[in-house]
Unconditional design. Structure first.
Length: 145
């Protein structure tokens, strides 16, 4: 069970950093696709904020403590923050494709570990995340062609 909870906590940290990163891009996007990307990014970080709350409360419901400080989030996230500077939409898309792949890989790892220890609630919860990430990656990849 411990490994399973560690995975969920790492995932929580990656989601926290991703939320800040998407908001940073929401503020710093520039170029001819500004209006579309600016508003899409808001939709994405709102979605991630809901996922953060769901994962943290899932950890609590299982009787464990979710990580909860900015230091924890930064130290345990494979996703790196963005620089605070203007950025073109094409570069944002290229960067967030990699970040959503990181989230997808972590979600797969969580599901695999959860099934090993017969934690079917976690396994079932993660199914929705896998669907969301696969669909996003398809759309992002179409948008950069
Ligand atoms: Fe805004």
């Amino acid at each position: 069970m411990e490994e399973n909870i560690n995975n969920l906590n790492q995932f929580l940290c990656e989601l926290e950093i991703m939320s800040v990163k998407l908001q940073n891009y929401h503020w710093n996007v520039q170029g001819k696709h500004f209006f579309v990307i600016h508003s899409k990014l808001e939709e994405y970080y709102d979605e991630i904020r809901e996922q953060i709350d769901e994962i943290a409360e899932h950890i609590l419901a299982k009787g464990f403590q979710p990580l909860g400080t900015m230091n924890d989030f930064i130290q345990n996230s494979k996703i790196q923050e963005a620089k605070n500077e203007k950025i073109e939409s094409a570069e944002i898309l290229t960067n967030i494709i990699e970040d959503y792949k990181t989230l997808q890989h972590k979600a797969i790892e969580i599901k695999q570990e959860a099934e090993k220890v017969e934690d079917y609630e976690t396994s079932a919860l993660i199914d929705d995340y896998l669907k969301v990430y696969a669909k996003k990656l398809w759309m992002f990849n179409e948008s950069i062609k």
